[in-house]
Design a protein around this ligand. Structure first.
Ligand SMILES: Nc1ncnc2c1ncn2[C@@H]1O[C@H](COP(=O)(O)OP(=O)(O)OP(=O)(O)O)[C@@H](O)[C@H]1O
Ligand SMILES: [Mg+2]
Length: 473
């Protein structure tokens, strides 16, 4: 079974029942063809569509008809006659001659294309070879008619033999058929093009729909994963805090003195517990970001204090690894509208990495200075970036002389669980969560973070946090 739409597109491709003469040829083109034929043959010509609508005509005003229309009875006769000519069908032969009330003749010819009738062409009125004068019966209709004048106007009609009119008709139909052929071909080509475009469009729509379904499903899975992560992390945290708490009590001898080895073992349990707790906190942070429930407790944070805390927290570890850890904070920095706890977390993560990926003998510096940044975070194309507007920012730099991060990896290291796949990274341990949390925390402060190379070796992480106008001194 074919659907209506399929049938329509089939009709468009072949010359189905739907296609009409006027679809293939516009009226102007038809009028032009008829006009030049009239100039050549002096024969009035009309073309009608299959359903009887006049599509084009060429010829002068017929003075005889104008004159006869001035009298009631002859006007009626002329109207009737014109109606009869229009209604006359050429029949199976495709051609018929019609003698009208005045004695003049018309020839009505079928316009054929592709073995199908596309409309009619009417040639005339013309005088057949034997016509001597206007029909008596018509003149008798009104006594006021000027017979001589009517006859004179009648004789002004072009004279042609039936044979030559047939030749003109044949010539014209042949020409129209050629034009129709060319137009039909153009129509077919454009319809085929349309059909193929439509087909690709349908295909695309189909694929789009499938993609949307897959996307929705992935989103749902992602949401489930975040929920799962959040619940599991939360549930792990409580027993873990107990494990750490009890091992601390054991180390402190609250349950009796421990032997040296026992103390060492319990100490290891405690350290690993702390590591696990840090990981769980990271996961919790990440799921909070994903569910949009991370809340920052912003107030006027003092930059020098935060940097100092970070450096003193990490100093013992750095000393142990023989990495020099230094700080350099510009004097007179404005306070930042930030969550100091989270700002500390950002710098801790960066400095921890810097120490981790710097071999002994190297140097890590945490610095803060006044700088500037684009008025809006990157990605906001419609915003102020285009205007090149800058705003004041505090620029934190955590630089190290370590192994460095290759250019191609600099975007990826901010993805959760991503670690540069080199043996040195693997040796250092870690889960690859630190930087993904850093980036989200920085963005939560409308800031940006980027990676630069240190000279001659190492990495610099640059964090810019905008300064609220009111806090600029
Ligand atoms: N200062 C650095 N120098 C060289 N490579 C670095 C530096 N900081 C980060 N990286 C690379 O980026 C990766 C991702 O860092 P990220 O802090 O996210 O994870 P991690 O330190 O491996 O684990 P975690 O922070 O979760 O303990 C690191 O594994 C390392 O390959
Ligand atoms: Mg890290």
């Amino acid at each position: 079974m074919t659907t209506a739409a399929e049938k329509r597109s089939f009709d468009e491709l072949t010359l189905g029942e739907g296609v009409k003469l006027e679809d293939l040829l516009d009226r102007e083109a038809l009028a032009e063809i008829l006009g030049s034929a009239f100039d050549l043959f002096r024969m009035t010509l009309r073309i009608f569509s299959e359903d009887g609508r006049l599509l084009a005509d060429a010829g002068r005003e017929i003075e005889l008809y104008t004159y006869l229309s001035g009298f009631r009875a002859t006007r009626l006769a002329i109207d009737q006659m014109i109606g009869a000519v229009k209604a006359k069908l050429p029949g199976p032969e495709g051609r018929v001659t019609y003698r009208c009330a005045t004695g003049a003749e018309y020839q009505i010819v079928t316009l054929e294309y592709d073995s199908r009738s596309m409309g009619r062409m009417i040639l005339g009125p013309y005088l057949p070879a034997e016509a001597q004068g206007i029909a008596e019966a018509l003149l008798a209709l009104d006594p006021n008619l000027d017979r001589a004048k009517a006859n004179e106007l009648f004789l002004r009609l072009p004279r042609a033999s039936e044979e030559s009119v047939s030749k003109i008709a044949k010539h014209l139909s042949g020409m129209l058929e050629l034009v129709l052929f060319a137009e039909h071909r153009a129509l077919l080509t454009s319809n085929m093009h349309l059909a193929s475009v439509r087909e690709s469009f349908r295909d695309l729509e189909d694929k789009n729909q499938k993609l949307q379904v897959a996307y929705d499903r992935l989103k749902e899975l992602d949401r489930l994963k975040s929920n799962f992560l959040a619940t599991v992390s939360h549930e792990l945290r409580t027993p873990l805090t107990s494990i750490i708490g009890y091992s601390e009590m054991l180390v402190e001898g609250l349950a009796g003195e421990l032997s040296g080895e026992q103390r060492e073992f319990v100490q290891t349990i405690r350290e690993k517990g702390e590591q696990l707790l840090a990981l769980i906190k990271g996961l919790l942070d990440l799921s909070k970001f994903e569910s949009g429930t991370m809340s920052l407790r912003k107030n006027n944070a003092e930059v020098a204090k935060v940097v100092n805390e970070v450096v003193s927290t990490l100093q013992p570890g750095a000393l142990k690894k023989e990495v020099r850890l230094e700080q350099a904070v510009e004097a007179g920095l404005p306070r930042l509208w930030a969550d100091p706890e989270r700002l500390r977390q950002v710098l801790l993560n960066l400095a921890e990495n810097a120490i981790k990926f710097t071999p002994p003998g190297g140097r890590v510096t945490v610095s803060a200075a006044l700088g500037s940044m684009d008025a809006q975070p990157p990605g906001d194309v419609g915003g102020m970036v285009l205007l090149g507007t800058k705003r004041t920012a505090v620029e934190f730099r955590v630089s190290d002389t370590g192994i460095g991060i290759p250019e191609a990896e600099r975007d990826k290291v901010f993805d959760a669980f991503y670690q540069v796949d080199s043996s040195s990274t693997r040796e250092q341990g870690g889960t690859g969560l630190g930087l993904s949390i850093v980036r989200r925390l920085v963005e939560g402060h409308d800031g940006t973070v980027r990676i630069e190379s240190n000279q001659p070796t190492g990495t610099v992480f640059v964090v810019s946090i905008p300064v609220r106008r009111a806090t600029i001194a």
